[in-house]
Structures are given as C-alpha cells and as structure tokens.
Design a protein. Structure first.
Length: 182
C-alpha cells in the first residue's frame, strides 16, 4: 500500500465543494483508503495499492469536475519525497523570518521543471528570489515589505505554466507529520 499526498492547486475553502469534508468523501469515493485532509488548502493524504502516481493524478483530475464541479491540477508526492523536500529546505533556521516581512514558499511541479536562469535568482525589479531547486520543486522567498504573494505566483505561472502549486515549509512539515502518524 502506497501513501501519497495530493497537493491540489487553487483550492479555496469558501467554495463548499472544496472543503475538507467534501474532498475527503471524494477521495474515498475513488476507492482510496485512510483519507485525511490537512488544513483547508487542498492537501489530501491517502493510501492506494497503485504505485503509478501519474495515473492516480490523472484519475483525480478527471473526476474532480464531474463529482465536485471544479478543475484542479493534482500533484502527488510520497512521504519520502516530501521528507527530501524538507531535508533540502534552504529556509532552515529562518522560520522567524517567515513571519517578519518575508514569506517562504516551496513550489511543486507536476513535471520536472526546466530552469533557464542561474540560482539564486532575483528577477529585475522583483521583491522575491528563487533560492534553489530540488527534484520537482523550487524554493522561493518573497519580501513582503515591497511585494505580495500573488505577484510571485503570477511570475511563476509566466515562467513555468499552471501545472504548479505552492506550500509553505510549515504546511509541508504538517503534512509529513500527519503522514508519519498513519
């Protein structure tokens, strides 16, 4: 049995069909086991006999519009993949900075990204920096005194497309902790 987390893109808890209880029921309806949601931002832990994460992701994406009425890019990761993300995390020791004018995000890619610039990279005139990359993710830091998270997200989409989703390191740690308890 494989354990995954589905990182769903664009989930807003104000939409009743995107709330944790509906997402949990949806995943259970697909036959997944031990389904749990983490926070209200589209993080769903589940178990499956399948080891084909691409097939599982496609199945979830295909069924979401029919069952819940919305589309969402679905990026799957295993517990060990997320642990690697945390182990590579360039924000270690900067947790306080995250709350004082700086916002740290890990952006997950559905497919391996092509990075056409040297890292770290601060785009001209932008209040954010791409610090480093992992296997299928990048680590970014936003200076909130002169920029906003939506500006960063728009820039990421222009660079890499919309098959991405971002989470804070703290959220990833919460997910890993919950996965370790299952």
């Amino acid at each position: 049995m494989m354990q995954y987390v589905a990182l769903l893109r664009g989930i807003g808890p104000s939409n009743p069909n995107m709330r944790g209880d509906k997402l949990k029921a949806f995943f259970e309806g697909l036959g997944f086991l031990n389904v749990q949601t983490v926070l209200g931002s589209g993080n769903v832990i589940f178990q499956s006999v399948s080891t084909n994460s691409n097939s599982l992701s496609e199945q979830i994406e295909y069924q979401l519009p029919e069952k819940l009425g919305f589309n969402s890019v679905t990026i799957l990761r295993t517990q060990s993949e997320l642990q690697t993300v945390l182990d590579q995390n360039p924000f270690k020791g900067q947790e306080e900075a995250h709350n004082k004018g700086t916002y740290h995000l890990i952006t997950f890619f559905k497919d391996k990204p092509t990075i056409s610039f040297a890292l770290p990279h601060t785009p001209d005139g932008k209040p954010f920096t791409i610090l480093s990359k992992g296997n299928n993710e990048i680590y970014g830091s936003i200076n909130l005194t002169s920029g906003k998270t939506p500006d960063y997200m728009t820039w990421l989409e222009r660079q890499f497309g919309k098959t991405i989703t971002s989470r804070t390191p703290k959220t990833i740690q919460l997910i890993v902790n919950k996965m370790n308890m299952t």
